[in-house]
Design a protein. Structure first.
Length: 307
């Protein structure tokens, strides 16, 4: 990080955004405002319901509340700034705020990757070892898993981020709507191969390993479901796992498309669209495809409103 701080010629960044057209920016403002409100309201409601309703004090919903908390924080790191910049011809972000945004967003993204793997393990125990579920996934174990994933996310992102060396020599126009690490690194005038290699190694631990674990886990779950004789039991198992598998496929798919591929010299508009998908669309969809269709969550919702 020392090289970043020595870049005295750059004190701020100019964000290109998604469009230079005034009318398009106005339309994007309305679109992203609606998506942001849905994401915050949906995920915030999930957290409130899980905290208030004792019937939802189970391992599955405990980890789900962590996921919703991450999604609220993640969209808040960039969307409010994006909304303000929709009415600015030359959006500017100071150097310090840019680095804060990059590090926090990276930390939350890695935490979600690890959390989805932990949630897959929870479903695996629930379906493959139902009689021992409460013993294996005790409150103490769940707390230890949660603490472990947050601490691991810190060491897998913040520490490598602050050890990166890249010198900025004057170029400060970022082809993005927020401070994305890959987009900012394109502006470096020093050799960034070491930083790129560090990012690739980190991506293996935060994307490849968790995603592989999820695939193996769901392979075991699939075999266990096939052995369930009751059609009702099989349908319940598939419904609880189907939503999680959909979230996993969408999230990991977009993250792999962004980080586990050869990096070009410039940041393209297509990559910005992918960033919108995993940074805005997925946090908005998570409550709908994961929680609000769930019978227990619906019951807690009606109870909250006195029905």
């Amino acid at each position: 990080m020392e090289e970043w701080n020595n870049a005295t010629t750059v004190t701020e960044f100019v964000l290109v955004g998604l469009s230079r057209n005034t009318q398009v920016r106005a339309a994007l403002f309305v679109l992203f405002l609606v998506m942001y409100l849905i994401a915050v309201a949906g995920n915030g409601l999930i957290v409130v319901l899980i905290v208030l309703d004792s019937h939802l004090h189970t391992p599955m919903y405990f980890f789900l509340s962590n996921l919703s908390f991450i999604d609220v924080c993640y969209v808040t790191t960039s969307i409010p700034q994006m909304l303000v910049h929709c009415f600015t011809d030359r959006p500017i972000i100071p150097l310090g705020r840019c680095f804060a945004q990059m590090s926090i967003a990276l930390f939350l993204a890695v935490a979600e990757c690890l959390l989805l793997a932990v949630m897959a393990y929870d479903r695996f125990v629930a379906i493959c070892y139902p009689l021992r579920y409460s013993l294996i996934m005790s409150r103490k174990v769940c707390s230890q898993l949660a603490v472990s994933l947050w601490v691991s996310s810190f060491f897998l992102t913040i520490v490598p981020f602050f050890s990166m060396q890249a010198r900025l020599c004057g170029r400060n126009v970022v082809n993005h709507f927020k401070c994305e690490l890959q987009a900012v690194l394109k502006l470096a005038c020093s050799d960034t191969h070491a930083s790129g290699l560090s990012m690739m190694i980190t991506s293996v631990f935060t994307l490849v390993f968790p995603f592989s674990f999820v695939l193996v886990t769901y392979g075991r779950i699939g075999l266990a479901v096939l052995r369930i004789r009751s059609a009702k039991g099989r349908g319940k198992a598939l419904s609880t796992c189907g939503s999680h598998l959909a979230v996993v496929g969408i999230y990991y798919g977009t993250m792999v498309a962004m980080y586990l591929r050869p990096q070009a010299k410039t940041f393209s508009d297509r990559e910005k669209v992918v960033a919108v998908f995993y940074g805005v669309v997925i946090p908005m969809l998570n409550p709908m495809i994961y929680s609000l269709r769930n019978r227990d969550v619906k019951g807690a919702l009606w109870k909250l409103f006195g029905k």
